[in-house]
Ligand binder design. Structure first.
Ligand code: GDP
Ligand code: ZN
Length: 316
C-alpha cells in the first residue's frame, strides 16, 4: 500500500503533539534506535538496556541513530511516539531510483573501496558530494591491499587525487591486518556509516571491529569475483572510545542521494574553490566563457577524473 502523504496541517498537529510530550512524564522515556528491520525497532535506553518497540503510525521513517521518545503503553509495551531533531539524515537511492533512508545523526561516512572489485571513482565522487552536502566528514578506505603486488603504490590514484583535497585515504587489509589499528582509531568519538558496493569488505571490517558479533560475510565466487547480495538488519554497534558504527544492509550499487537543490560544484572541494574566480556567479563550469574551473582543469590543478565525474553528475 502506498504511504499516505501528510498535509502540512497534519504535520503541524503531529509536531505539536510531540512537543507536548514532557520529558519528565514517567510514561515516556528517551532512547537511541540501535536496530531496525521492517516494522521492528529496538531502542536503547540508558540504565535500562534495549527494548523492542512498536511505532506510532504516521511518524515517518525511523532509522538507526535516531533519538526517539517511547511511550510505555498499558500492557507494559513500548511505542515510539516522537523522533528527536536530526542533525543529519543520510539517504541513498534504491534500485528504482527512490530515496531510502540509511541512518541519522552521523558524523562520518567511511567510503569503502577495494583492490577487487576495482574502485569506481564516479561512485566515490557521488559519495563525497553527498557527504559534503550533508556536512558529514568522509574518509576513503582502500581494502584488500594484500592483493596488490608489492611495488604497486597508489594503483588507483586515490592518494594523489584525494589527499590534496583534504580527504584521508586509508589503505588496509582485513586479511593481513595491515592498517587495522589506524582504522579502528578513525571510529573514536564518531558515529560512522560504512558504505560501498557489495564485496569490498564492509562486513569483514565490521566483524574485525566487533569479533563477538555474528556478522555475515558474503562468499565471493571465483568465477565472477563479485560480492553476493546479503540482506541484513540495520544495526548500530557501540565501539571502544565512544565510537558508534551503523551497519546498513549491503545492497549492490548502493547509490548515494544527491541534493539537486544545492549547487553541484559545492560538493567538489576544488571546484568550489576555483568557482569564486569564474566570470559568472552561476557558472556551471561546462561551456561558459572565462570559467576558472575549466582553466584549472587545463592547467592540471583539478584532476581530470574529478571534472569528468562532475560533468557526468551535472548532465545525468
Ligand atoms: P561486503 O559485501 O562489502 O560486506 O564484503 P564482505 O565483507 O562480505 O567481503 C567480501 C569478500 O571479500 C569475502 O570473501 C571476504 O573474505 C573478502 N575480503 C574481505 N577483506 C579482504 C581482504 O582484506 N583481503 C582479501 N583478499 N579478501 C578480503
Ligand atoms: Zn566556471
Amino acid at each position: 500500500m502506498a504511504r499516505r502523504r501528510l498535509s502540512q496541517l497534519q504535520k503541524n498537529r503531529i509536531r505539536q503533539a510531540q512537543d507536548a510530550i514532557s520529558a519528565n512524564d514517567e510514561n515516556y522515556i528517551e532512547g537511541l534506535v540501535i536496530s531496525h528491520h521492517g516494522g521492528k525497532i529496538v531502542v536503547e535506553i540508558v540504565d535500562m538496556g534495549s527494548i523492542e518497540c512498536q511505532v506510532r503510525s504516521n511518524l515517518g521513517t525511523i532509522v538507526c541513530g535516531d533519538r526517539v521518545t517511547c511511550e510505555n503503553t498499558t500492557a507494559n509495551e513500548y511505542r515510539v511516539v516522537a523522533i528527536g531533531p536530526r542533525h543529519n539524515f543520510l539517504q541513498r537511492l534504491d534500485g528504482f531510483g527512490q530515496p531510502k533512508s540509511v541512518a541519522a545523526n552521523i558524523s562520518q561516512l567511511l567510503i569503502c573501496l577495494a583492490v577487487k572489485p576495482e574502485p569506481n571513482l564516479f561512485l566515490l565522487d557521488q559519495y563525497l558530494v553527498s557527504a559534503e552536502q550533508q556536512d558529514i566528514n568522509a574518509v576513503i578506505i582502500l581494502n584488500k591491499i594484500d592483493l596488490l603486488a608489492e611495488q604497486e603504490e597508489d594503483p588507483f590514484c586515490l592518494e594523489s587525487i584525494y589527499t590534496p583535497l583534504g580527504y584521508s585515504v586509508l589503505s588496509i587489509s582485513v586479511e593481513s591486518g595491515h592498517g587495522m589499528d589506524r582504522l579502528a582509531s578513525v571510529f573514536d568519538n564518531n558515529s560512522s556509516v560504512l558504505s560501498g558496493v557489495s564485496g569490498v569488505g564492509k562486513s569483514s571490517i565490521t566483524k574485525a571491529l566487533l569479533p563477538d558479533e555474528q556478522i555475515k560475510i558474503a562468499d565471493i565466487s571465483e568465477a565472477n569475483e563479485e560480492g553476493r547480495h546479503t540482506t541484513r538488519t540495520s544495526r548500530l554497534y557501540h565501539l571502544a572510545n565512544n565510537g558508534q558504527l551503523i551497519d546498513t544492509p549491503g545492497i549492490r550499487g548502493f547509490n548515494p542521494l544527491l541534493d539537486r537543490n544545492k549547487p553541484l560544484g559545492d560538493g567538489f572541494r576544488e571546484i568550489h574553490h576555483f568557482a569564486a574566480e569564474c566570470r559568472f556567479n552561476n557558472c556551471r563550469h561546462h561551456n561558459e566563457p572565462d570559467c576558472a574551473v575549466r582553466s584549472a582543469v587545463t592547467r592540471g590543478e583539478i584532476a581530470d577524473s574529478r571534472y569528468q565525474n562532475y560533468l557526468k553528475m551535472l548532465t545525468d
